[in-house]
Design a protein around this ligand. Structure first.
Ligand SMILES: N[C@H](CCC[C@H](N)C(=O)O)C(=O)O
Length: 266
């Protein structure tokens, strides 16, 4: 592989390698290469990789891979970063709502400088599991309420639940969520496919905000305090017990770019 331009972005510390693949020169089926590019010692280093590809109906298609190289379910921070990337590449205009395709359906987005708002899929409902809540917000999320997320051993406890039989065979992402302090809720996430704590998780923030509403009945708009910054989640509650008009908002920033000329190997 030669002359593949890549762009590094981060959204509240959830970091991604992005490639404009509208011409198809990057092989999206080469999962080993993607894992190597995401590796923090052998590659560029990232929680995930995204390809911006063409779409027949909408502005572009987002293909998302976790850092283990596997093509995955939806990534909320990745969706916000690729929306910013699409503006920077001139694929879509700034300060105008546009739509793109992703693995879980069509998403609307709006980019205003570094702030990106992303509409997430409707959430059908939730399940009570293992003294916590389980929701699908585009990716599966298990929510454990704790007194203080800062003192949780996220790697140990997170990998325990991520690999627990109850969530087999797919496994789950795991979020440790504190009590709401006014509008603000602290949380930390262990991510499946990264197999570690990440500094932020967009679909996890959405799941944690909705779970906080379910548990406490407080608010339909929360500031989610994650290790890498702050995300705002808002939603409407519908009579069927589901959640609609779900929006995730926060910063998404370009960090650096470079060229892939050699294939790193793990
Ligand atoms: N970082 C992501 C989640 C990636 C999905 C993933 N780790 C999985 O469920 O396999 C986010 O911002 O929503």
């Amino acid at each position: 592989m030669k002359n593949i331009e890549f762009y590094k972005y981060q959204g509240t510390g959830n970091d991604f390698v992005l490639v404009d693949n509208r011409e198809g020169s990057f092989d999206g089926d080469n999962n080993e290469l993607i894992a190597a590019l995401c590796h923090r010692r052998f590659g560029i280093g990232a929680d995930g990789l995204m390809l911006l590809e063409t779409s027949d109906k909408n502005s572009f298609t987002m293909r998302y891979y976790n850092s283990d190289g596997g093509e995955a379910t939806m990534c909320g921070n990745g969706g916000r970063c690729i929306a910013a990337f699409a503006v920077h590449r001139g694929v879509v205009p700034e300060k105008v709502y546009f739509s793109f395709d992703a693995v879980d359906g069509v998403h609307e987005a709006f980019v205003d400088g570094d702030m990106v708002s992303l509409k997430m899929i409707d959430v059908a409902g939730y399940e009570e599991k293992q003294d916590g809540l389980f929701l699908d917000t585009g990716s599966p999320h298990f929510i454990k309420f704790v007194d203080n997320p800062e003192v949780v051993d996220v790697f140990k406890e997170g990998s325990f639940w991520r690999n627990h039989d109850v969530f087999a065979p797919g496994g789950t992402n795991v979020n440790f969520v504190g009590n709401p302090d006014g509008k603000e809720v602290a949380m930390r996430t262990f991510e499946r496919g990264v197999e570690d704590e990440t500094w932020s998780c967009g679909t996890g923030a959405v799941a944690s905000a909705i779970a906080t509403y379910i548990r406490s009945g407080a608010g339909k708009c929360f500031d989610m305090k994650v290790p890498g910054g702050k995300l705002t989640v808002s939603f409407d509650v519908v009579k069927s017990g589901g959640f609609e008009n779900v929006w995730l908002k926060g910063p998404a920033k370009y960090v650096f770019s470079g060229q892939i000329d050699a294939e790193p190997i793990l």
